[in-house]
Design a protein around this ligand. Structure first.
Ligand SMILES: NC(=O)c1ccc[n+]([C@@H]2O[C@H](COP(=O)([O-])OP(=O)(O)OC[C@H]3O[C@@H](n4cnc5c(N)ncnc54)[C@H](OP(=O)(O)O)[C@@H]3O)[C@@H](O)[C@H]2O)c1
Length: 294
Protein backbone atom coordinates (compact mmCIF):
# COMPACT_ATOMS: atom_id res chain seq x y z
CA UNK A 1 0.00 0.00 0.00
CA UNK A 2 1.21 3.52 -0.82
CA UNK A 3 2.22 5.84 2.00
CA UNK A 4 0.30 8.80 3.42
CA UNK A 5 1.52 12.36 2.83
CA UNK A 6 1.05 15.86 4.20
CA UNK A 7 1.96 19.05 2.41
CA UNK A 8 3.13 22.20 4.13
CA UNK A 9 3.15 25.27 1.84
CA UNK A 10 0.35 24.90 -0.71
CA UNK A 11 1.53 27.06 -3.62
CA UNK A 12 2.45 26.03 -7.15
CA UNK A 13 4.58 22.96 -6.36
CA UNK A 14 2.63 21.94 -3.24
CA UNK A 15 -0.72 21.99 -5.05
CA UNK A 16 0.65 20.00 -7.98
CA UNK A 17 2.08 17.40 -5.60
CA UNK A 18 -1.21 17.32 -3.67
CA UNK A 19 -3.09 16.40 -6.80
CA UNK A 20 -0.71 14.03 -8.55
CA UNK A 21 0.45 12.12 -5.47
CA UNK A 22 -3.22 11.41 -4.73
CA UNK A 23 -3.62 10.42 -8.38
CA UNK A 24 -0.68 8.02 -8.00
CA UNK A 25 -2.36 6.31 -5.04
CA UNK A 26 -0.66 8.06 -2.09
CA UNK A 27 -3.03 8.81 0.79
CA UNK A 28 -3.56 12.50 1.68
CA UNK A 29 -3.17 13.06 5.44
CA UNK A 30 -3.51 16.85 5.62
CA UNK A 31 -2.55 20.18 4.12
CA UNK A 32 -1.14 23.29 5.78
CA UNK A 33 -0.22 26.69 4.43
CA UNK A 34 0.19 30.27 5.56
CA UNK A 35 -3.40 30.90 4.50
CA UNK A 36 -6.24 28.46 5.03
CA UNK A 37 -7.57 29.10 1.52
CA UNK A 38 -4.36 27.71 -0.05
CA UNK A 39 -4.51 24.63 2.20
CA UNK A 40 -8.14 24.08 1.21
CA UNK A 41 -7.29 24.47 -2.47
CA UNK A 42 -4.65 21.73 -2.15
CA UNK A 43 -7.15 19.44 -0.38
CA UNK A 44 -9.61 20.02 -3.21
CA UNK A 45 -6.88 19.31 -5.77
CA UNK A 46 -6.19 16.02 -3.99
CA UNK A 47 -9.92 15.28 -3.85
CA UNK A 48 -9.60 14.61 -0.12
CA UNK A 49 -11.59 15.46 2.99
CA UNK A 50 -8.64 15.68 5.38
CA UNK A 51 -7.50 18.23 8.00
CA UNK A 52 -6.39 21.62 6.71
CA UNK A 53 -4.66 24.19 8.89
CA UNK A 54 -2.39 27.20 9.10
CA UNK A 55 -0.46 25.34 11.82
CA UNK A 56 1.54 22.63 10.06
CA UNK A 57 2.07 20.49 13.17
CA UNK A 58 -1.71 19.90 13.24
CA UNK A 59 -1.64 18.03 9.93
CA UNK A 60 1.79 16.38 9.85
CA UNK A 61 1.91 13.88 12.77
CA UNK A 62 -0.02 11.12 10.98
CA UNK A 63 1.81 11.43 7.67
CA UNK A 64 4.41 8.88 6.52
CA UNK A 65 5.80 11.58 4.21
CA UNK A 66 5.88 15.32 4.93
CA UNK A 67 6.62 17.60 1.98
CA UNK A 68 7.69 21.11 2.90
CA UNK A 69 6.95 23.18 -0.20
CA UNK A 70 7.17 26.65 1.28
CA UNK A 71 9.48 29.26 -0.34
CA UNK A 72 13.16 28.37 0.19
CA UNK A 73 13.69 31.15 2.75
CA UNK A 74 11.33 29.60 5.29
CA UNK A 75 11.98 25.86 4.85
CA UNK A 76 14.34 25.63 7.83
CA UNK A 77 12.15 27.63 10.22
CA UNK A 78 9.07 25.66 9.12
CA UNK A 79 10.82 22.34 9.88
CA UNK A 80 12.13 23.75 13.17
CA UNK A 81 8.64 24.82 14.23
CA UNK A 82 7.02 21.47 13.35
CA UNK A 83 9.77 19.66 15.27
CA UNK A 84 9.28 21.97 18.25
CA UNK A 85 5.62 20.86 18.37
CA UNK A 86 6.69 17.21 17.86
CA UNK A 87 4.82 17.20 14.58
CA UNK A 88 6.96 14.61 12.78
CA UNK A 89 6.17 10.92 13.33
CA UNK A 90 9.17 8.75 14.25
CA UNK A 91 10.49 7.21 11.06
CA UNK A 92 8.57 9.64 8.81
CA UNK A 93 10.25 10.88 5.65
CA UNK A 94 10.51 14.68 5.47
CA UNK A 95 11.37 16.23 2.11
CA UNK A 96 11.64 19.72 0.70
CA UNK A 97 11.55 20.62 -3.00
CA UNK A 98 14.20 23.33 -3.24
CA UNK A 99 16.81 22.90 -5.95
CA UNK A 100 19.42 25.11 -4.28
CA UNK A 101 19.16 24.06 -0.64
CA UNK A 102 20.41 20.78 0.83
CA UNK A 103 18.33 18.42 2.94
CA UNK A 104 20.39 19.48 5.97
CA UNK A 105 17.94 22.40 6.22
CA UNK A 106 15.66 19.78 7.77
CA UNK A 107 18.05 18.85 10.59
CA UNK A 108 15.38 19.55 13.24
CA UNK A 109 13.23 16.80 11.72
CA UNK A 110 16.21 14.45 11.65
CA UNK A 111 16.93 15.18 15.31
CA UNK A 112 13.31 14.23 16.01
CA UNK A 113 13.77 10.79 14.43
CA UNK A 114 12.62 11.47 10.86
CA UNK A 115 14.54 10.65 7.66
CA UNK A 116 15.28 13.77 5.65
CA UNK A 117 15.89 14.47 1.99
CA UNK A 118 15.02 16.69 -0.92
CA UNK A 119 13.14 16.03 -4.13
CA UNK A 120 13.64 18.72 -6.76
CA UNK A 121 11.47 18.73 -9.90
CA UNK A 122 13.39 20.13 -12.88
CA UNK A 123 10.30 21.90 -14.10
CA UNK A 124 9.02 25.45 -14.18
CA UNK A 125 5.74 25.72 -12.25
CA UNK A 126 4.30 29.03 -13.40
CA UNK A 127 0.87 28.79 -11.76
CA UNK A 128 -1.38 26.59 -9.63
CA UNK A 129 -3.19 25.54 -12.82
CA UNK A 130 -2.28 21.87 -13.02
CA UNK A 131 -4.70 20.29 -15.45
CA UNK A 132 -1.80 18.45 -17.09
CA UNK A 133 0.59 16.40 -14.92
CA UNK A 134 3.68 18.66 -14.66
CA UNK A 135 5.82 15.76 -13.36
CA UNK A 136 5.22 13.45 -16.31
CA UNK A 137 8.43 12.91 -18.25
CA UNK A 138 10.59 15.33 -16.24
CA UNK A 139 13.76 14.67 -14.23
CA UNK A 140 13.70 14.89 -10.43
CA UNK A 141 16.87 15.30 -8.35
CA UNK A 142 16.98 13.37 -5.11
CA UNK A 143 19.42 13.57 -2.18
CA UNK A 144 19.48 12.97 1.56
CA UNK A 145 19.44 10.07 4.00
CA UNK A 146 19.06 6.54 2.67
CA UNK A 147 15.41 5.92 3.59
CA UNK A 148 14.38 9.39 2.42
CA UNK A 149 16.17 8.91 -0.92
CA UNK A 150 14.43 5.56 -1.40
CA UNK A 151 11.00 7.05 -0.71
CA UNK A 152 11.64 10.17 -2.84
CA UNK A 153 12.91 8.01 -5.70
CA UNK A 154 9.76 5.88 -5.60
CA UNK A 155 7.54 8.95 -5.43
CA UNK A 156 9.23 10.52 -8.45
CA UNK A 157 8.67 7.34 -10.45
CA UNK A 158 5.04 7.12 -9.31
CA UNK A 159 4.54 10.73 -10.45
CA UNK A 160 5.77 9.77 -13.93
CA UNK A 161 9.19 11.42 -13.57
CA UNK A 162 12.72 10.02 -13.80
CA UNK A 163 14.68 10.37 -10.55
CA UNK A 164 18.45 10.77 -10.33
CA UNK A 165 20.69 11.20 -7.31
CA UNK A 166 22.83 14.28 -6.56
CA UNK A 167 25.35 15.08 -3.82
CA UNK A 168 24.02 16.93 -0.79
CA UNK A 169 27.04 19.25 -0.50
CA UNK A 170 27.00 20.10 -4.24
CA UNK A 171 23.39 21.16 -4.59
CA UNK A 172 24.20 24.81 -5.24
CA UNK A 173 26.35 23.86 -8.26
CA UNK A 174 23.64 21.52 -9.51
CA UNK A 175 21.13 24.37 -9.17
CA UNK A 176 23.48 26.81 -10.94
CA UNK A 177 23.56 24.38 -13.87
CA UNK A 178 19.77 24.24 -14.00
CA UNK A 179 19.61 28.05 -13.85
CA UNK A 180 22.07 28.37 -16.74
CA UNK A 181 20.24 25.78 -18.86
CA UNK A 182 16.85 27.37 -18.31
CA UNK A 183 17.29 31.07 -17.45
CA UNK A 184 20.39 31.85 -19.48
CA UNK A 185 18.84 30.18 -22.50
CA UNK A 186 16.19 32.88 -22.27
CA UNK A 187 18.95 35.51 -22.07
CA UNK A 188 20.69 33.98 -25.08
CA UNK A 189 17.46 33.98 -27.09
CA UNK A 190 16.94 37.62 -26.11
CA UNK A 191 20.37 38.44 -27.53
CA UNK A 192 19.59 36.57 -30.76
CA UNK A 193 16.22 38.32 -31.05
CA UNK A 194 17.80 41.77 -30.62
CA UNK A 195 20.32 41.04 -33.37
CA UNK A 196 17.82 39.62 -35.85
CA UNK A 197 15.42 42.51 -35.23
CA UNK A 198 18.32 44.94 -35.84
CA UNK A 199 18.84 43.14 -39.17
CA UNK A 200 15.33 44.16 -40.24
CA UNK A 201 13.32 41.02 -39.43
CA UNK A 202 10.00 41.91 -37.75
CA UNK A 203 9.99 41.16 -34.01
CA UNK A 204 6.87 39.02 -34.47
CA UNK A 205 8.78 36.64 -36.75
CA UNK A 206 12.06 36.41 -34.83
CA UNK A 207 11.14 33.30 -32.84
CA UNK A 208 9.63 31.45 -35.82
CA UNK A 209 12.76 32.09 -37.87
CA UNK A 210 15.29 31.08 -35.20
CA UNK A 211 13.36 28.15 -33.69
CA UNK A 212 14.35 25.40 -36.21
CA UNK A 213 18.00 26.48 -35.90
CA UNK A 214 17.88 26.28 -32.10
CA UNK A 215 16.10 22.93 -32.17
CA UNK A 216 18.60 21.58 -34.69
CA UNK A 217 21.50 22.69 -32.48
CA UNK A 218 19.94 21.06 -29.43
CA UNK A 219 19.55 17.87 -31.37
CA UNK A 220 23.22 18.10 -32.48
CA UNK A 221 24.26 18.43 -28.83
CA UNK A 222 22.14 15.37 -28.04
CA UNK A 223 23.41 13.28 -30.95
CA UNK A 224 27.01 14.43 -31.29
CA UNK A 225 27.85 15.99 -27.91
CA UNK A 226 30.12 18.97 -27.24
CA UNK A 227 32.46 19.97 -28.93
CA UNK A 228 31.25 18.20 -32.11
CA UNK A 229 27.93 20.07 -32.07
CA UNK A 230 29.72 23.40 -32.51
CA UNK A 231 29.55 24.99 -35.98
CA UNK A 232 29.87 28.56 -37.27
CA UNK A 233 32.62 31.14 -37.83
CA UNK A 234 34.61 30.53 -34.63
CA UNK A 235 34.58 26.74 -35.09
CA UNK A 236 35.93 27.08 -38.63
CA UNK A 237 38.40 29.85 -37.79
CA UNK A 238 36.70 32.52 -39.89
CA UNK A 239 38.16 35.54 -38.05
CA UNK A 240 37.08 37.96 -40.78
CA UNK A 241 33.37 37.24 -40.22
CA UNK A 242 33.77 37.61 -36.46
CA UNK A 243 35.50 40.98 -37.04
CA UNK A 244 32.51 42.14 -39.12
CA UNK A 245 30.04 40.86 -36.49
CA UNK A 246 31.79 42.95 -33.85
CA UNK A 247 31.85 46.07 -36.02
CA UNK A 248 28.19 45.89 -37.02
CA UNK A 249 26.87 44.91 -33.58
CA UNK A 250 28.91 47.78 -32.11
CA UNK A 251 27.19 50.18 -34.48
CA UNK A 252 23.62 48.84 -34.48
CA UNK A 253 23.11 47.36 -30.97
CA UNK A 254 26.15 48.22 -28.84
CA UNK A 255 24.45 46.93 -25.66
CA UNK A 256 24.72 43.41 -27.15
CA UNK A 257 28.45 43.59 -27.79
CA UNK A 258 29.75 42.65 -24.36
CA UNK A 259 27.72 39.43 -24.19
CA UNK A 260 28.59 38.54 -27.81
CA UNK A 261 32.28 38.91 -26.95
CA UNK A 262 32.09 36.91 -23.73
CA UNK A 263 30.22 34.05 -25.38
CA UNK A 264 32.68 34.20 -28.27
CA UNK A 265 35.70 33.85 -25.95
CA UNK A 266 34.20 30.75 -24.39
CA UNK A 267 33.34 29.40 -27.85
CA UNK A 268 37.03 29.61 -28.88
CA UNK A 269 37.91 27.04 -26.22
CA UNK A 270 35.18 24.68 -27.45
CA UNK A 271 36.37 25.16 -31.04
CA UNK A 272 39.95 24.30 -30.00
CA UNK A 273 38.68 21.14 -28.32
CA UNK A 274 36.85 20.23 -31.53
CA UNK A 275 40.16 20.43 -33.36
CA UNK A 276 39.38 22.51 -36.46
CA UNK A 277 40.69 25.83 -35.09
CA UNK A 278 44.42 26.57 -35.15
CA UNK A 279 46.18 28.05 -32.10
CA UNK A 280 47.19 31.01 -34.25
CA UNK A 281 43.63 31.89 -35.29
CA UNK A 282 42.46 31.25 -31.74
CA UNK A 283 44.93 33.89 -30.51
CA UNK A 284 43.70 36.35 -33.16
CA UNK A 285 40.08 35.69 -32.16
CA UNK A 286 40.88 36.06 -28.46
CA UNK A 287 42.38 39.47 -29.08
CA UNK A 288 39.43 40.53 -31.22
CA UNK A 289 36.92 39.31 -28.65
CA UNK A 290 38.63 41.13 -25.82
CA UNK A 291 40.71 38.39 -24.21
CA UNK A 292 44.48 38.02 -24.19
CA UNK A 293 46.31 36.66 -27.20
CA UNK A 294 48.26 34.06 -25.21
N1 LIG B 1 7.97 27.23 -8.98
C1 LIG B 1 8.87 26.46 -9.53
O1 LIG B 1 9.03 26.48 -10.77
C2 LIG B 1 9.71 25.50 -8.71
C3 LIG B 1 10.41 24.48 -9.41
C4 LIG B 1 11.15 23.56 -8.67
C5 LIG B 1 11.20 23.68 -7.27
N2 LIG B 1 10.54 24.69 -6.64
C6 LIG B 1 10.65 24.75 -5.17
O2 LIG B 1 9.41 24.38 -4.60
C7 LIG B 1 9.22 25.10 -3.38
C8 LIG B 1 7.91 25.86 -3.45
O3 LIG B 1 7.97 26.78 -4.51
P1 LIG B 1 6.63 27.35 -5.20
O4 LIG B 1 7.06 27.93 -6.50
O5 LIG B 1 5.56 26.34 -5.17
O6 LIG B 1 6.29 28.55 -4.21
P2 LIG B 1 4.93 29.34 -4.06
O7 LIG B 1 4.05 29.12 -5.25
O8 LIG B 1 5.29 30.70 -3.66
O9 LIG B 1 4.24 28.58 -2.86
C9 LIG B 1 4.75 28.56 -1.58
C10 LIG B 1 3.57 28.40 -0.62
O10 LIG B 1 4.11 28.37 0.70
C11 LIG B 1 3.22 29.04 1.54
N3 LIG B 1 3.97 29.60 2.66
C12 LIG B 1 4.78 30.69 2.67
N4 LIG B 1 5.32 30.85 3.89
C13 LIG B 1 4.84 29.83 4.65
C14 LIG B 1 5.04 29.44 5.99
N5 LIG B 1 5.84 30.14 6.80
N6 LIG B 1 4.38 28.33 6.44
C15 LIG B 1 3.56 27.63 5.63
N7 LIG B 1 3.35 27.95 4.34
C16 LIG B 1 3.99 29.04 3.86
C17 LIG B 1 2.55 30.12 0.72
O11 LIG B 1 1.30 30.22 1.33
P3 LIG B 1 -0.06 30.89 1.06
O12 LIG B 1 -0.46 30.63 -0.34
O13 LIG B 1 -0.91 30.15 2.02
O14 LIG B 1 0.12 32.34 1.37
C18 LIG B 1 2.58 29.56 -0.70
O15 LIG B 1 1.36 29.06 -1.12
C19 LIG B 1 10.45 25.99 -3.19
O16 LIG B 1 11.38 25.31 -2.40
C20 LIG B 1 10.98 26.12 -4.61
O17 LIG B 1 12.37 26.36 -4.66
C21 LIG B 1 9.79 25.60 -7.32
Amino acid sequence: MKKSYAIVGCGRVGTALARYLAGAGYKPAGFASRSLSSAKRAATAAGAKVPVSVQPWEVTPKADIVLITTPDGVIRETADKIAEYEGFAKGAVVLHCSGALPSTQLSAAENGGAHTGSLHPLQSFASEDIEKNPFAGIMMAVEGQGDAVKTAWQMAENLGASPFEIQTDKKMLYHASAAVASNYLVTLMHLAFQLIIASGVPASKSYTILKPLVQGTLSNVENNGIPRALTGPIARGDAETVRHHIAEIGEAVPTCLDLYRQMGRHTIEIALAKGDLSEETAAELRQMLGGTSS
